[in-house]
Write a protein that binds this ligand. Structure first.
Ligand code: SAM
Length: 196
């Protein structure tokens, strides 16, 4: 299962690894994503689903892997999210992987005023340590990695030079010298007991 926008991560995983993917997305309709998936000839591999992260319509323990790219910070800042909503969908011994933009250092007094024009509601940027501390509180997982990605500089250069309105907006953010990084979290599910 993936949680991403426009099915891009799902398309990558299906193309590169030949896996079957259930692509859950809140902002983009399943029909829009299906059109893109069909245009890539991957309709037998990817099933697009329109759903919110707290209401994922899947059976417990039905996935080997759950992948979330650039989305987790919109909904996963409550410590209970991983354990109560995402992990139950993954088989015991399965993997959860999250890649997300974050801060190099926590803000000490909230987001600086000059950054607010770029801030979306629910954009919960934190540091790698902050996420590690959130995730490590559960003994249902063993954390395999939680770290800044190696190809950070290259990824930013690539993104900021592309012909895209969000990329042009992000040039403004980078000029503010708020240091934003890309972190990667991978864990193995040991067990998951729900505590609703
Ligand atoms: C900035 S986009 C991710 C773009 C990503 N780099 C990509 O193109 O694959 C953020 C994603 O977060 C998802 N999202 C935000 N809030 C969500 C929520 N409450 N439940 C599920 N998905 C959510 C949106 O559906 C969107 O796909």
């Amino acid at each position: 299962m993936t949680l991403t926008e426009r099915g891009l991560t799902s398309i990558f995983l299906a193309k590169e690894y030949g896996v079957t993917v259930f692509a859950a997305d809140l902002w983009i309709s399943a029909t829009d994503n299906y059109e893109r998936i069909k245009s890539m000839g991957l309709e037998d591999k990817i099933i697009p689903i329109h759903a919110g992260a707290y209401d994922l319509p899947f059976a417990h323990e039905c996935f080997d892997v759950a992948v979330c790219a650039d989305a987790y910070h919109y909904f996963g800042v409550e410590g209970s999210y991983l354990k109560n909503y995402l992990a139950p969908l993954v088989k015991k011994g399965g993997q959860i992987a999250v890649a997300v933009l974050e801060l190099k250092k926590e803000f000490t007094h909230g987001a600086p005023a000059e950054l607010l024009p770029y801030w979306f509601e629910d954009m919960n940027y934190h540091s790698c340590d902050w996420w590690y501390n959130l995730w490590k509180t559960s003994d249902s997982f063993s954390i395999k990695e939680c770290k800044e990605l190696k190809w950070l500089e290259e990824a930013w250069k690539d993104w900021l030079s592309c012909d895209n309105d969000y990329a042009r907006r992000d040039i403004g953010v980078m000029e503010l010298r708020v240091e934003i990084t890309l972190i990667w979290f991978q864990s193995q599910l040991l067990s998951c007991e729900l505590d609703f």
